[in-house]
Design a protein around this ligand. Structure first.
Ligand SMILES: [Zn+2]
Ligand SMILES: [Zn+2]
Length: 324
């Protein structure tokens, strides 16, 4: 049990930590751009010329050279585009809905009217005292409620929420794929960079190659894990916060011997994926747009969410139980 003073102390430490995360936000972004930039430079000055050797006599080498160049540039553009969009896109506040929610009334009264249509008494946030739409959570770093809040990410100095989660996930995806690719085509020249008996006539000095390679391995593994985790969340239509809440709800439902808890927002793997990327059947954009570095907003305003039929049937059961 916490005593009031200990709780006060922990809250104080929390507040300081959150303020520090908020203040040093730009430092992480500069660091990330610096590291990705260095890796890109190493790739184009060492790995690329090593792996794609130009030979006038063979059509095939010329073709693979240009194909490799095009692919490499495409990956770099996708990484930086999605990184930029993840940083610059507002995740969605409760009052200022962000890009796709422009049609929403930005006043408090407008928000209440919007939510009252779906819930009799919209919940209120205990920290910012504004109405709290379903799936919204309060970010203690940004000090406001964020729509479909996932987590606050210091690497983008922004919350990951309704309007930028797509960019965040695609950024991770392209970065992880690039790390694997870097390792796959760069491991031979990495070994050469360690062997001082072999010649080194690349523009980038050996230590940079060695360092970038190790970085690609580390980031590939660490971010690969996180990226897979986020795909799991997308496929099951949960945010990181909701995952823990749902685990708790499942456990308490089991303990009470009730019907298994159903995540109301789970529309089935494929539909969850379509909804997240806003592509394919019933959604706005064609599937190939996932592969294009273009701005695409998620469907809906992030305040009101479609529920599955299982949810409605359990809600109905609850109501009939109450009336019995
Ligand atoms: Zn709040
Ligand atoms: Zn935040």
């Amino acid at each position: 049990m916490y005593t009031p003073t200990r709780r006060g102390f922990i809250n104080g430490v929390d507040k300081v930590a959150n303020s520090v995360i908020f203040a040093i936000g730009p430092v992480f972004i500069v660091l990330a751009i610096g590291l990705i930039g260095m890796a890109t430079l190493t790739y184009f000055t060492v790995v690329f010329p090593f792996f794609y050797q130009w030979d006038d006599d063979y059509i095939w080498t010329k073709f693979s050279y240009y194909a490799g160049l095009l692919f490499s540039i495409y990956m770099v553009v996708c990484i930086f585009f999605h990184y930029y969009m993840a940083i610059r896109t507002k995740p969605g506040g409760v009052l200022n809905a962000g890009t796709a929610g422009a049609e929403s009334d930005p006043t408090l009264q407008g928000l209440f009217i919007e939510l009252e249509e779906y819930q009799e008494f919209p919940k209120t946030c205990k920290k910012c005292h504004l109405p709290k739409p379903e799936r919204a959570h309060h970010c203690s770093v940004c000090k406001k409620c964020v729509l479909r809040f996932d987590h606050h990410c210091p690497w983008i100095a922004n919350c990951v929420g309704h309007f930028n989660h797509r960019y965040f996930l695609l950024f991770m995806t392209y970065l992880v794929l690039s790390c694997f690719y870097f390792v796959a085509v760069g491991w031979k020249v990495f070994l050469i960079s360690l062997d001082f008996e072999q010649e080194w006539d690349y523009w980038m000095p050996r230590p940079y190659m060695a360092l970038t390679f190790l970085l690609a391995v580390a980031i590939g593994i660490a971010l690969g894990g996180m990226c897979s985790w986020h795909y799991f969340l997308v496929l099951t239509s949960q945010t990181t916060v909701e995952f823990y809440n749902n685990q708790y709800a499942k456990r308490s439902a089991q303990q009470k011997g009730e019907v298994v808890y159903v995540n109301p927002f789970d529309l089935g793997c494929l539909n969850n994926l379509r909804q997240f990327f806003n592509v394919g059947q019933n959604y706005k954009y064609p599937i190939y747009t996932i592969f294009l570095p273009i701005p695409i907003s998620p469907p809906g305003n992030g305040k009101i969410w479609e529920k599955n039929s299982m949810h409605y049937s359990t809600v109905h059961d609850d109501i009939s139980d109450d009336t019995d």
